[in-house]
Ligand binder design. Structure first.
Ligand SMILES: [Zn+2]
Length: 324
């Protein structure tokens, strides 16, 4: 069977529905009272020019990019060499990818009934969906706003139901999915409250949202400051903490919200790389966001992520929430 690839129609390619936040409004709670969390933030990975500002909401404490960029600007912040668009070319890297999927897929499997539907938001080349599909008979759905990131049709593989566009544009029915996966997605979307309302709508009652994102209240940010890779300036529209993420999920209508620390040496590596390249090695050339000394940063990141995970102040966190 071939894969079903749908895409947004020209009439639906406009911005997601709902009033956009004002230039200084908090994208989680709408409050317009905010102070500055980080001025003159810069892109230390891909060299998008300019200085950016992160504000901290005076009401809910969310840290967010302010002023908010337009959708056209957001698209321009993702160069063709962006790491998420690069598929592993060597067998070794494909094997490493599969190894890191293992624990995640086992976790997702525990959240799924014997049969059901899974949606991976920001599915890229569909590798995670294929790993999930290897372990059970679930129906596999994926979407990505970048059509060229989606996998080519493979008649020999399990069918994937794919959609090119944003979650807000996708034509999914209400109460449709048993599990929605948002792995490093919620920090990138311009209107996280609107996105989560859509997730709540398409999950069946009792269905689960699961994901991972950077943790603002981490030792990693305290140590690396403006070079913390959780800012990922200017591609992260907001930086959640356990508190601000939990508050937004609960306010949206999710129940049983839980967060947990995640081992993530790669983010530590990019924070260290940003610190070195931004402060000392300012002429460093980067390829796909990585410097020649990135492997050394990755080695350093392994003990650091273990320590901060042990004290529950990790730079990356997992989250789970259920639709009542
Ligand atoms: Zn707020």
């Amino acid at each position: 069977m071939s894969q079903n690839v749908a895409s947004s129609s020209p009439s639906s390619s406009r911005a997601p529905a709902g009033p956009p936040p004002g230039p200084e409004a908090c994208p989680a709670c709408g409050s317009t009272a905010a102070d500055t969390a980080l001025a003159d933030a810069r892109d230390y990975e891909y060299g998008v020019p300019g200085e950016f500002r992160f504000a901290r909401c005076a009401s809910c404490a969310l840290v967010f990019l302010s002023p908010r960029p337009t959708l056209e600007q957001i698209v321009s912040y993702y160069p063709a060499e962006y790491h998420a668009y690069q598929r592993p070319t060597s067998r070794l890297f494909r094997l490493l990818d599969r190894l890191q999927y293992g624990p995640r897929v086992r976790r997702y499997r525990r959240l799924l009934p014997e049969t059901g539907r899974v949606l991976d938001v920001g599915c890229g080349d569909g590798s995670l969906l294929r790993e999930i599909g290897r372990r059970g008979p679930w129906e596999l759905y994926g979407l990505d706003f970048k059509p060229e990131a989606l996998p080519a049709s493979d008649p020999a593989a399990r069918p994937l139901h794919l959609f090119a566009g944003t979650l807000e544009q996708a034509p999914y029915e209400r109460d449709f999915f048993d599990l929605v996966v948002m792995h490093h997605v919620l920090e990138h979307v311009p209107e996280p409250a609107t996105t989560l309302r859509k997730v709540l709508e398409i999950l069946r009652p009792g269905g689960t949202l699961v994901g991972q994102l950077p943790n603002y209240d981490s030792i990693e940010r305290l140590v690396t400051g403006r070079y913390w890779n959780g800012y990922h300036t200017p591609r992260h529209m907001q930086c959640f903490s356990r508190r601000t993420l939990g508050a937004l999920l609960s306010r949206t209508g999710f129940a049983d919200v839980r967060t947990s620390p995640a081992l993530h040496p790669g983010q530590w590596a990019l924070s260290i790389q940003g610190w070195l390249a931004g402060r000392w090695l300012t002429r460093t050339r980067l390829a796909h966001g990585k410097a020649w000394f990135y492997p050394g940063c990755l080695l350093a990141g392994i003990p650091l992520t273990i320590v901060e995970t042990a004290v529950r102040r990790s730079g990356v966190m997992n989250f789970v929430a259920r639709k009542p």
